[in-house]
Design a binder for this molecule. Sequence first.
Ligand code: C2E
Ligand code: MG
Ligand code: MG
Length: 691
Amino acid sequence: MPDKSAKRPRERKEKRPAKRRLGLAGRVTLIAICAALVATLAQWIATPILAQGEVRRQQVIAVTSGVNLLADVSALHARAGRWSEVPALVDALTDGLPGGQSAVFDADWKLIARDGATSALPPVKSLQDLAADREAVLDGDGRVFAARVLEGATGTLGYAVFSFEPRPALQIWLGIVLLNAMVLVVALAVLAPFLVPIASRALKPVTDLERGIRKRDAKDKSKLADSSDDRLLKPLLAAIDEVHDRSEAAMRRALTMAYTDPVTRLPNRLRFVSKLDATAAAGAPFHLVICDLDRFRQVNVTFGPRVADMALAAVAERLRACASRLQTSGFFLGRIGADQFGIILPSVEQSAITEFLMAAEKAISESMMLEEEQVRITASFGAARAPEDAATGADLLKLAEVALKEAKGQTGARRAFFDKGLLAKARAKSKLEEELREGLERGEFVAVFQPKVKLESGELVGAEALARWRRPDGAVVSPGVFVPIAEELGLIHTLGKSVMRDACFAAAGWNAKGIVSSVAVNVSPHQFDDPDFINSVDQALDDSGLDPKLLELEITESAAVADPDRVARIMWPLRNRGVRLAIDDFGTGHSNFASITRLPFDVFKIDQQFVRALSTDPHAPAIVEMILAMAEALGQETVAEGVETKEQADFLLRRACTIGQGYYYSPPLPADEFDAFVRSYRPRPADRFAA
Ligand code: C2E
Ligand code: MG
Ligand code: MG
């Protein structure tokens, strides 16, 4: 299969228009030019600001030298009585100093000559004051004025006034800028052709290196530092090599972390799925197996996450050991979920896979000692084949899940291979699941009651509440079908509470009518997971007003022995209130009697299979006798389920069984029919001495 993801970036790269990039030397030249421009600009701005004082001083010098010259020469003429020479002098001076204005007055401030005059002179008084001070200049009307006294031997001969119009600062500044700009442009135009080669030559080792690094093959593991002997570059390259090595190691670590499960060190789901996809795409036949640990959550709750993690690692090891014993050309094991492992097993016979599954099932179920705790785990397995069942990884996973679900529902060997029938079954099951949810919301679940009779007297002593699902089409579904689904969907809590309330209210009603009768309610072990369980039983008793002594809870033997401590912890508060407890289906759970006697039970219910087998199986009477003897020794009540014949009832009474329940007395009845049954009931005592 073509690797599309790998191809796409290359295509995009090719389509992009080739852009000419500036080389390193070009960039350095550009930077140098920019720096020159910035520096010049800064100078253009700063110089006029800084030079303002100097400009002012220059202006003062210009005006004072102008007036001194005018005064000195005019005084010479005045002293010689040649006032007529003065106008020519004034003209000449003004021509010599463009922008200057000259004026000469006699001692009475009568104007002798004036030139360059475009504007009025300041008033005589101001000029008189100005002439009195050699240092003073006068700013007026955009001009700078200075005045001098024309000294004669006999005193003041007259006055000379010179004024100067300075050029506006902006004009001066623009002049400087233009000049500088011209110089700069010329300088750059002349220097640029030299600058680029100089920069190129100076930077050649670096540019060569840059080119080398760009062209370098990703797989090239040689050191950059070895590629140059440049005194300055070598340490730099060594540093780059080090950073590169470090980042490569970090990348490798990150990749490992992204694809490995830290608890088991196995490939994680991401990696497993990509391997599965690749294996499926390769087309060779193989098996995909999903191994799911049963009730692993319980291991977490009971022993804590640390032990649970160790258990997972141990399971991974056991799976690996079993898989490596298979005669195959390699397998791939991964952790694909919290309590799930996936195994890809290349082409082998289905019988070999079955053997592997049996070995793995056995290996996993062997108890493990972890942190001084004895942990027991069981697992279920679902398997699918490629390419027969499906040709893609995703489909195979789906089908193996379907097989797994089937395996989980099995009693005994919990392993299944996918076949098409399972898919139809799985679809029907999901439909049923949906209907069950809706049925629960619509209140389609009701309790029916099966009477319990004292064998000796035939007297009615109580009833067992059994759940029924009355579908809208009138069909009645048995609990054997819907209880396991409700348990799986977590709906058993709601269902159990509803049956509990129905039973308590029904029994309270019978007792109010004078029929003293207890009621037994079945409790699923899943209901113990509900923290509200004890409270909900209390609530049903309080709301119905039923005497707690008349309520009996039935827990199957297998649930009781699976976790006796937990059962005891939950049952004690209820028992302290007077509620009685029964072990249901006794004889089927392979319990060791010692652990059962630790539990607070009052009643043993002998499973109906033993009662049914009484007449057919030669061993059955002995088993029933043993159970009854044990119950008698413990002083506990015994209820035989599934009593269908008088012979069974007689036998049970002979063996000291106290109570019977079964079709011989009555099938389970809806609450109102139960009332009618009680009213018309004729006791049918069993006969202890019947042959
Ligand atoms: P169980 O508690 O052992 O209930 C006795 C089962 O035997 C009932 O089946 C009853 O109808 C059936 N039975 C009674 N007498 C006879 C007889 O003479 N012959 C035969 N062949 N069968 C008889 P049912 O009602 O189908 O219940 C099956 C199981 O479902 C129950 O076994 C109990 O474990 C479970 N169950 C029923 N109701 C509930 C419930 O409300 N909650 C929970 N958790 N489980 C329930
Ligand atoms: Mg029961
Ligand atoms: Mg039973």
